[in-house]
Design a protein around this ligand. Sequence first.
Ligand code: FAD
Length: 388
Amino acid sequence: MERPASRQSRKKVVAVVGGGLVGALNACFFAKRGFDVELFESREDIRRAKIVKGRSINLALSHRGRQALKHVGLEEKIVAQGIPMHARMIHSLNGKQSPIPYGRKGQYILSVDRANLNKELLTAAETYPNTKMNFDHKLQDCNAETGLMTFVRLDGSKEQVKAHLIVGCDGAFSAIRKQFLRRSRFDYSQTYIPHGYMELTMLPINGEFAMKPNYLHIWPRNTFMMIALPNLDKTFTCTLFMPFEDFEKITTGDEVIEFFQKYFPDTIPLIGADTLRRDYFRLPAQAMVSVKCNPYHIGDTCVLMGDAAHAVVPFYGQGMNAGFEDCIVFDEIMDQFNEDFSAVLPEYTRVRVPDDHAIADLAMYNYIEMRAHVNSKWFLFRKYVDNI
Ligand code: FAD
């Protein structure tokens, strides 16, 4: 059954598809303006879920992202739940650690827990009386011109909903973006890099962080690297980035230890040999994709934001931050054009596409820089790590 386009309100209905980081924040932006906001998320409500599946366990929040959070009154709360990282800590093969500050004294980026951030953003969106959350609603199909969307539920039932504006925040494999692909003059490219990533947990030792907490730890090793970000529970999440073919070469627990002994010897006592033997095989390495497209909108009814518009490889630490910035840029254009979608949407594409493409290029450049030059010359290495 099709639900009506408006709930008897003076304001238009905005459907935010995807309740991840960018979708949940975007719902706050639209709700703050007084729109009737409906958020549709394919997963169950992660605030009640026992297991939350996500991309990375934690991520680096920087100035861009904080500005957007500030706009909807969330900056202080989120910052209080993050761990400042004032510098990278470079781990050499011989165990030597060298800090490289992110900026001037007092400047830092924050390590934040992805699931917690997502939960806080959903709760913040829900506090607006004009927001309705629809979990277990997977977008199956939509008509970007008419605003009609079809959702499928876990029990197989279907629901049709109509909105004045569809905001596609449904991530790198966006179902909304598929509508764009059917249209003429839509540019689209996607690139998988040969590297995958695997997350390993470093538990606290005697109740304390196993390494210095206020750093983003990096083990650069030419064709691959490992990084570690601190968590509030005093664990570190270590992320190993390596070509898939190298991941696949390691097939036994002993080979894992041999590999770590050769490249990351200082981490074995910290992660634990048994843990490494086990956790390396817990989940397969995950792929990383870079997506670029243009335009970001269709007429005055549909727009893409976050990874749906621009998935980037994570070597610049800016995917979420850029997605958050999309929200703030859109919001500013809404002011400029008095919330007239027919003017706002093309302007958003005009302003935002070049900047998002630049972030995607910088992230990819850093990935290549790392693979080709890291460790070969110190200044090139510096150039690379300066951007993480
Ligand atoms: P997502 O987080 O992917 O959320 C999309 C949401 O849409 C999900 O909840 C999904 O369930 C839902 N959805 C999908 N399909 C449908 C559908 N058909 N119907 C309804 N709902 C749907 N960024 C940073 O800024 N800093 C970092 O340090 C950082 N580190 C990273 C490390 C790794 C290893 C990776 C992989 C990424 C990292 N990123 C980082 C990038 C960041 O994860 C993404 O940019 C961010 O998650 C994008 O948010 P999003 O809301 O656009 O998409």
